[in-house]
Design a protein around this ligand. Structure first.
Ligand SMILES: Cc1cc2nc3c(=O)[nH]c(=O)nc-3n(C[C@H](O)[C@H](O)[C@H](O)COP(=O)(O)O)c2cc1C
Length: 164
């Protein structure tokens, strides 16, 4: 195994090591001052069962950061294997809801159709996390359906070809 010290090596090496950890992909949505906002995020993690808490981490450098840091509510959508387009769309553009149905939660959160699971959250805590913030959400409402997840590993997308 190659070993290095992140603080004195190139960020690419650190990123490559972090990328060895496979994740799913989510899109988090909220409503900002200028309307609906979305962001693709793979930093989503389950946190607590009682109370029901989840977390995710937006980058402070993101143009979308202020909207999410101050949001009172946000909806976390777990993407299905056939939702790569949504993943790419909300990695590229924050406000591109073109052609998507305009369903909303009672809190006014924009909802994306076709996801595997959704966690409608009330902002619970914002913690310091270096160049990211750790946003903890209290899950007000959860929903799910059967299906295959979109996976992210080593900068590439995939799905489960083999079930073990
Ligand atoms: C698979 C994937 C996962 C990502 N995860 C995160 C994340 O957890 N947190 C984050 O701040 N940005 C994440 N991003 C980047 C954002 O989706 C988006 O590209 C970035 O915010 C764009 O910069 P801007 O907000 O300044 O326009 C991810 C992007 C991809 C493609």
């Amino acid at each position: 195994m190659d070993q290095f010290t992140p603080e004195s090596s190139s960020p690419e090496d650190f990123r490559a090591a972090l990328g060895r950890y496979a994740t799913g992909v989510t899109v988090v949505t909220t409503v900002g001052n200028r309307g609906p906002v979305g962001i693709t995020a793979n930093s989503f993690t389950s946190l607590s069962l009682a109370p029901p808490l989840v977390l995710w981490c937006p980058a402070r450098s993101s143009a979308r950061f202020p909207a999410f840091e101050t949001a009172r509510h946000y909806a976390i959508h777990v993407l299905a294997a056939d939702q790569l387009e949504l993943c790419r769309r909300f990695a590229r553009a924050a406000a591109d809801f073109d052609g998507l149905p305009t369903e909303e939660t009672p809190e006014g959160l924009p909802l994306l159709p076709g996801c595997l699971a959704r966690f409608d959250c009330a902002a619970y805590a914002v913690h310091e996390g270096g160049d990211h913030a750790i946003l903890v959400g209290r899950v007000l409402r959860a929903s799910l359906r059967d299906g295959e997840p979109l996976l992210f590993w080593g900068g590439r997308y995939g799905d489960f070809l083999h079930h073990g």
